[in-house]
Ligand binder design. Structure first.
Ligand SMILES: Nc1ncnc2c1ncn2[C@@H]1O[C@H](COP(=O)(O)OP(=O)(O)OP(=O)(O)O)[C@@H](O)[C@H]1O
Length: 585
């Protein structure tokens, strides 16, 4: 036996009106939209027909209702029964069910949003197609009445009156209504009034004063305004480049108008992720809204539009780079992450980054291009802490190093090598920097090694090998380099392959000289006075204490995290040194 679904009308109205939309405020948009669509439909019949929407918010001296009147096509009695009283029925789709061009509505549910704020809705209409005026009254429970009332309205058009539900009165008050109608309807192509005040702007404001409009909607003066368009979806608008202070993880929020009605000002997905520092304001005729009309449908078309808008922003960047170096540098300063992320896959962006983005180097902040000009190949370290520790030493040795420890740095340098060849950049292993350090005088080296032998237990406890070297700055007593055995060998081999033969040999000897496989290496600086004094110490206990203190100091300098045994060593060596200092007085 066949059955049909039972439908609880009240439940459906509640579901659509309260759960489809995110806020009662959208009632204003849906009613405005119906009024504008009705005017569009009438103009198709009567091109010279007037086009005006008048919104009369609740008047303190009136009967407490809000009225919206339009000069649109109106409804006949039959249409009232057919369209207003059947859920999902709409006049804005063709016979095949496709949304008809030129109309904002398409789902046949928008009118229900009136019940977000109203307990009762009265509609009075006279159709441009003739017939008597008709009155429709509906309540939130799904009851409605239709009556023909010739005297209800003389002119063609429709007036809707909302009787507020309890606790929703404020949604119908003047200031709220003025703000909502202004927000949603400011750009509509018909005149919209709230009381006596016209709220529609006429021209699209971003065409007349793009920067001024940008400042108004963004709350801050934009860095620049890029005109954008995608004719295939009737999209025009502006991409605003934000001045600074946007986080790369911040959600994109674009202001989107659909046939000049605001969809929302926090619409996502209109630009590729890398363009997080750009906000669009666009009007489109054929991107699809979701049923709540508060977001865009994430379909193929939107993907194509996103790519196209991304391309237009990128072209603007390339143009800026060619015409205004100072502004390009300022832009990179403000939004380097997005641009760096693009440079990984786009050669022109790579060149822009190469020319303008300052990197931290042993010669101070420099662009890759400046650095390449001076050093030929960009030698880089991939860890910020490692760079900070080794940079002063490398610099004093005359070696140029670049810090590639931040987001996307490695990929950018790898890309530079892919485009310009292996001579463009090379990752340097810390051992390679150490290999550039000088050998101490034999006598000093022997003396230091003897003391290190006395401290063998301490060094073993910290899984650390110590080697005497000589380097500047002399004020630095020791360097600690993480040096896991396998990694070290791999680094050294790699570096050896790429480095010049002299270095390769030095590297090889350095690796071979430390066969024990300790995971870190303490490089003592024999130019440092404290290390020189260590070489002269006779008391084995003091030697151990000094070596452990040097280890802890180097560990702190390396900014690596302290393990519990490191903290214990720090406490022990500090207290022992203090004790000795106090006792010696
Ligand atoms: N002010 C009006 N003047 C003339 N007809 C109207 C008016 N308001 C509503 N209608 C008629 O009622 C129908 C249903 O309106 P409703 O707002 O529920 O849906 P819609 O506008 O068709 O689609 P959507 O749900 O996408 O808004 C409309 O298709 C239209 O024919």
């Amino acid at each position: 036996m066949a059955h049909t679904f039972g439908v609880d009308l009240r439940g459906i109205i509640d579901l659509l009106s309260h759960h489809l939309y995110s806020s009662p405020r959208v009632y204003a948009r849906e009613l405005l939209q119906n009024a504008v669509d009705a005017i569009t439909a009438r103009r198709a019949l009567q091109p010279d027909a007037p086009g005006e929407v008048v919104v009369e918010p609740v008047d303190p001296r009136g009967n407490g209702t809000l009225r919206i009147s339009d000069t649109g096509i109106g409804l006949t009695e039959r249409e009232v029964h057919d369209l207003l009283s059947t859920l999902g029925r709409t006049s804005k789709r063709d016979e095949l069910g496709f949304a008809r061009q030129g109309f904002l509505g398409q789902f046949g549910v928008g009118l229900l949003s009136a019940f977000l704020v109203a307990e009762r809705v009265h509609l009075v209409s006279r159709s441009a197609r003739g017939g008597p005026a008709v009155r429709w009254t509906a309540d939130a429970a799904g009851n409605y009445e239709v009556e023909v009332d010739e005297s209800a309205r003389a002119e063609v058009g429709t007036t809707i009156e909302l009787v507020p539900s309890r606790d929703a009165e404020h949604w119908l008050e003047h200031d709220v209504v003025r703000a909502l109608v202004g927000e949603y309807g400011e750009l509509l192509p018909v005149t919209v009034r709230v009381g006596d005040e016209v709220v529609t702007a006429g021209e699209l404001p971003w065409l007349t004063d793009p920067l001024g409009y940008g400042e108004r909607v963004l709350g801050v003066a934009p860095f620049d305004a890029i005109p954008v368009e995608v004719p295939a979806v009737g999209l025009t608008g502006v991409a605003y480049v934000l001045p600074r202070g946007v986080h790369p993880g911040a959600r994109q929020s674009h202001r989107v108008y659909l046939k000049r009605m605001l969809v929302g000002d926090a619409i996502e997905g209109l630009l590729p992720d890398w363009a997080y520092f750009v906000r669009c304001v666009v009007d489109t005729s054929s991107l699809r809204p979701t049923a709540s009309r508060e977001a865009l449908y994430q379909d193929e078309t939107l993907l194509v539009v996103r790519e196209e808008l991304g391309r237009q922003v990128r072209d603007w960047l390339v143009r800026l780079d060619a015409t205004d170096p100072d502004r390009t540098a300022a832009l990179l300063d403000a939004h380097h992450l997005g641009i760096k992320s693009l440079a990984r896959v786009d050669e022109e962006m790579l060149r822009l980054v190469e020319r303008w983005l300052p990197f931290e180097t042993t010669d101070g902040a420099q662009s890759l291009r400046q650095f390449r000009r001076k050093h030929g190949t960009v030698l880089y370290l991939s860890d910020v802490d490692e760079f900070r520790q080794l940079a002063p030493v490398a610099h004093a040795q005359g070696m140029g190093l670049l810090n590639a420890g931040y987001a996307y740095d490695l990929e950018i340098l790898e890309r530079l090598v892919a485009v310009d060849g292996p001579g463009a950049a090379r990752r340097v292993a810390p051992t390679e920097v150490l290999a550039a350090l000088g050998e101490p005088e034999r006598a000093v080296e022997r003396a230091v090694r003897e003391r290190l032998a006395l401290a063998a237990e301490v060094l073993a406890r910290h899984d650390c090998e110590a080697v005497p070297r000589e380097f500047d700055p002399a004020s630095l007593p020791a360097l600690l380099v993480a040096d896991a055995d396998g990694e070290r060998r791999r680094d050294a081999e790699q570096a050896g392959e790429a480095a010049d033969p002299l270095w390769a040999e030095l590297l090889g000897s350095l690796v071979e000289a430390t066969p024990s496989g300790a995971s870190q290496r303490l490089v003592l600086n024999c130019r440092n006075p404290l290390v020189r004094r260590l070489a002269e110490l006779a008391d084995p206990a003091l030697v151990e204490l000094t070596v452990e203190s040097l280890y802890v100091h180097a560990l702190l300098q390396s900014r690596r995290p302290m393990r519990p045994k490191d903290t214990a060593a720090l406490n022990r060596s500090f207290l022992d040194l203090l004790d000795r200092a106090v006792r010696s007085r």
